[in-house]
Design a protein around this ligand. Structure first.
Ligand code: ADP
Ligand code: AMP
Length: 217
């Protein structure tokens, strides 16, 4: 199955992606994770992307699209994938459609995680991420025993630089201006399914998997 997750920053895409990808037995491809790995390894791509990420802005389409093209060409993505955080603009979506046509395939479904801005701000301000296994925690909604340590793997937890209040505001603006139009883009293709992404993580996962099931996943 070839699936895309859309929704504002903090909607729970990364959290749900882990469960949905495991359920579908497909790789989870998160452009945010790939950018952050490049930033920490100080690659040329990471240095370029960091300028935009720190400002709460989207990395330019050309850079992002080339990165995704390389990733989708890897063998593990041949039979399906779950994209988390890509596409985030209409040109990215149109290029993805073309790329898939060239590969003789197409997207099956786009799952939109629907959450309001207040909830998103609460979620982003308390987010903690594990440096070792990447598990996403929340200081209030999914708290680790010790604020600084991952209960799953014992590695250090960190707060993302772009989860500061002023950057969050900019990211929400970018979402409204550039990413929200994807709802109409995929709606017009008949591929969009919106689910309520509020309430316990497990309940959202059940809603997501039910939605996939009704579309053959
Ligand atoms: P995104 O990938 O969409 O930016 P994340 O998956 O990183 O969002 O989730 C943002 C924050 O919200 C994390 O701290 C996560 O633990 C928390 N979170 C995710 N889903 C829920 C939920 N259903 N209820 C409460 N908090 C949640
Ligand atoms: P995320 O981890 O999905 O919240 O992404 C973190 C940051 O990485 C975003 O705020 C952007 O700066 C950048 N980014 C991730 N995915 C994309 C994308 N598809 N297009 C442009 N920038 C992106």
């Amino acid at each position: 199955m070839r699936l895309v997750l859309v929704g504002p920053p903090g909607a729970g895409k990364g959290t749900q992606a882990e469960f949905i990808a495991a359920h579908l037995a497909v790789p989870k491809i998160s452009t945010g994770d790939i950018f952050r790995a490049n930033v920490s390894q100080r690659t040329e791509l990471g240095i370029e992307a960091k300028r935009y990420m720190d400002a709460g802005e989207l990395v330019p389409d050309e850079i992002t699209i080339n990165m995704v093209r390389d990733r989708l060409a890897e063998p593990d993505a041949g039979d399906g994938f779950l994209l988390d955080g890509f596409p985030r603009t209409v040109p990215q979506a149109a290029t993805l459609d073309k790329m898939l046509v060239d590969m003789g395939t197409s997207l099956d479904l786009v799952l939109e995680l629907v959450v309001d801005d207040d909830e998103v701000i609460r979620r982003l301000s308390g987010r903690r991420t594990c440096r070792g296994c990447g598990k996403i925690w929340h200081v209030e909604f999914d708290p680790p025993t010790d604020d600084a340590v991952c209960d799953r793997c014992g590695s250090e937890l960190f707060q993302r630089d772009d989860d500061k209040p002023e950057t969050i505001a900019r990211r929400l603006e970018e979402y409204a201006n550039k990413t929200a139009p994807l709802v109409d883009y995929y709606g017009a293709q008949g591929k969009l399914v919106g689910i309520d992404a509020t309430g316990p993580v497990e309940d959202v996962t059940v809603r997501a998997i039910d939605a996939l099931r009704s579309y053959g996943g």
